[in-house]
Design a protein around this ligand. Structure first.
Ligand code: NAD
Length: 361
């Protein structure tokens, strides 16, 4: 199979971690007989330096022409980088918002997995994490409170601010379908999170999710109120498979879930649209404090590349080979600095990529 992959190396540690993910993809391609065809796309600070803006129309077209895009992280140090002297719409992060909108990336996926070997980094008690956990948070990304009408008005000397939370049934249906499709590739359980005891938008959410669930009789559906879900994530994270939720709840819950895993350098993510296209990137930022030192953890980007194989190319076996290789390297005791602990062997970004490649055969 020929895979047309757009690559946004980005800023800071971006180029270093993306290089390792490409190395792992190339090795996977060699082993399983796929051809990787890369197109380099500029975004963020690198695009500002070259073109004066964080994302050109040409870059959007290049992304659109790709089957999927693999991205490092963008942005720099807000205090020292000249990029942050520009007006907000010309700063690196504006490129990210623009590409999400241009490509209609409405579904955000963030896995939160506790590796046995990294249990020490998990802030939860051992008795809670004994069985481990492996969940996928599926967050609606283009609707809800963050995209609703807003205003601030003053009347009789009193300021009043207003934000609106709107969802229509089509927006709910398309993300719910995505959530159930993904559950079919996993342990076949969906926990739909809402606030249906208070919000009309949540009551509609629940109704449409139930309609979609009827099309997936093999998938178990449960509903959970968001406040209970926040509690359950630290009380019994092992109960979750796919958590399906709207934009703001997902924003908060996905950060909570990632915290309980331990390290930011391990967290992959994907943003998908209605077709098979997706933008795959690590959850962390461009880490300007460690850029260029060769010590960044490339695993989140490598696992994002594995998600790309699974969700944009349906190459499940190949994705699992990468995930297994990551697990094996951790089992062997190799760690980058961010996940280092006593008795383990500290290695750099490139060595981590090499070791993961060595297990893909
Ligand atoms: P950050 O995630 O870049 O860094 C937070 C801390 O985590 C730092 O100490 C960093 O060294 C560490 N860290 C992050 N990724 C790591 C990795 N792979 N290996 C080892 N350590 C890692 O967050 P920040 O410092 O708040 O933001 C830096 C820049 O990144 C800002 O410009 C911000 O806007 C941008 N950012 C971009 C994205 C994105 O591209 N999607 C996401 C978040 C932040």
């Amino acid at each position: 199979m020929k895979l047309n992959i757009g690559v946004i190396k980005g800023d800071g540690i971006g180029p270093e971690i993306v290089a390792e993910a490409m190395k792992v993809l190339n090795k996977t391609g060699q082993v399983y007989g796929h051809e990787m065809n890369y197109t380099q796309i500029l975004m963020g600070g690198a695009s500002i330096d070259a073109h004066g803006i964080p994302l050109t129309d040409e870059a959007v077209s290049q992304a659109r022409a790709s089957d999927a895009v693999l991205m490092g992280s963008i942005g720099g140090d807000a205090k020292t980088s000249p990029w942050y002297k520009l007006e907000p719409s010309r700063r690196p992060e504006a490129g990210l918002l623009k590409i999400r909108k241009a490509l209609n990336l409405f579904a955000n996926l963030r896995p939160a997995v506790l590796y046995d070997e990294l249990k020490g980094a998990c802030p939860l008690k051992e008795e809670i994490t004994q069985g481990g956990f492996d969940m996928m948070i599926m967050r609606e990304l283009t609707g809800g409170l963050y995209f609703g009408e807003r205003s601030t008005e003053e009347a009789d000397g009193i300021l009043t601010a207003r934000d609106t939370l709107t969802y229509n049934e089509e927006e709910i249906r398309r993300i719910a379908k995505r959530g159930f499709d993904i559950a079919m590739k996993r342990r076949k359980k969906v926990t739909s999170v809402d606030k249906a005891n208070v919000l009309d938008s949540s009551r509609l959410w629940r109704k449409i999710v139930e309609e979609v669930a009827a099309e997936y009789p093999g998938v178990e559906l449960e509903h959970m109120l968001v406040d209970n879900c926040a509690m359950q994530l630290v009380k019994d994270p092992g109960q979750f498979d796919v958590i399906l939720t709207e934009n703001m709840f997902g924003d908060i819950l996905s950060d909570e879930a990632s915290m309980v895993t331990g390290s930011i350098g391990m967290l992959a993510s994907a943003s998908l649209n209605e077709s098979r296209f997706g933008l795959y990137e690590p959850s962390g930022g461009s880490a300007p404090d460690i850029a260029g030192k060769g010590i960044a953890n490339p695993i989140a980007t490598i696992l994002s590349a594995a998600m790309m194989l699974k969700f944009s190319f349906d190459l499940d076996k190949e994705a699992e080979a990468i995930e297994k290789a990551v697990g094996q390297v951790l089992k062997d005791g190799y760690r980058t600095i961010d996940i280092m602990s006593d008795g383990k062997t500290q290695i750099g970004t490139r060595e981590m990529g090499d070791k993961i490649c060595a297990y893909i055969s």
